[in-house]
Design a protein around this ligand. Structure first.
Ligand code: HEM
Length: 202
């Protein structure tokens, strides 16, 4: 039986969970190669050689899936005037003082920022990752840029995802279920995305 309101359709959930899986795989295998203190992680992925082999492929799959996510959501993630006010007041949101915050549409401005920053990080990871995958074909200058930029972009992406997982699981009850079953209650939408409720769902 289906109850509640539709938040994510099947394609959106499939794209999301494929991006999550490929991201985690690429992140953990990357961390294993990044620091000898984290090399024990390579054991989880079948040893050093398997980790070295799998990492760029997982990264490539992540970039591809993120391309599908981009095509699907970029139009809905544009920041409008109210979103900019929301961002200026985001400290209030973080302190749980929602009164006076502009009403969020289907996605609030924080979710939109995550989407754009994650997209920028993914492009940087892909571009620098390809250079590191085929170093023998690349000029020395590009290799030097890639060696420094790749881990920086990875640290940004991992920090964003830690925040995203925390928000989606611990802070906003019902959000995780929405990404599993696709549905939410009307009370949930009114509480977290009132403008979306007013404009499209009522
Ligand atoms: C690995 C664990 C992950 C978990 C547990 C997770 C959880 C969630 C949840 C619960 C939502 C629904 C939020 C809502 O509707 O209020 C969501 C949405 C979303 N997720 Fe994830 N996610 C994960 C990984 C990722 C990754 C790797 C990306 C992309 C790089 C991503 C990008 C998004 C985007 C763009 C949305 C829609 C906007 C937003 O809610 O931020 N997620 N995620």
């Amino acid at each position: 039986m289906t109850t509640g309101l539709a938040r994510y359709d099947f394609a959106e959930r499939a794209i999301h969970w494929l991006s999550a899986l490929s991201f985690l795989y690429a992140a953990f295998t990357g961390l294993a190669m990044w620091s000898h203190k984290l090399y024990w992680l390579a054991g989880v992925f079948g040893g050093g050689n398997a980790t070295r082999f799998a990492h760029p492929w997982a990264g490539l799959i992540f970039a591809l899936v993120l391309g599908f996510m981009f095509r699907r959501w970029a139009g809905q993630m544009r920041l409008d005037r109210e979103d900019r006010v929301w961002l200026r007041k985001s400290h209030q949101y973080a302190m749980n003082q929602d009164e006076g915050m502009p009403e969020a549409g289907r996605f609030n401005a924080g979710q939109k920022m995550l989407f754009w920053l994650q997209s920028v990080a993914a492009v940087a990871l892909l571009a620098t990752g390809v250079v590191l995958w085929f170093p023998e074909w690349m000029p020395r200058f590009l290799r030097l840029v890639a060696i420094s930029l790749h881990p920086l972009a990875a640290v940004l992406a991992i920090a964003l995802i830690i925040l995203h997982i925390y928000m989606g699981t611990a802070v906003i009850p019902g959000a995780f279920r929405a990404m599993i079953h696709g549905r939410v209650t009307s009370g949930w939408v009114k509480a977290h995305h009132p403008k979306w409720f007013r404009l499209t769902l009522r």
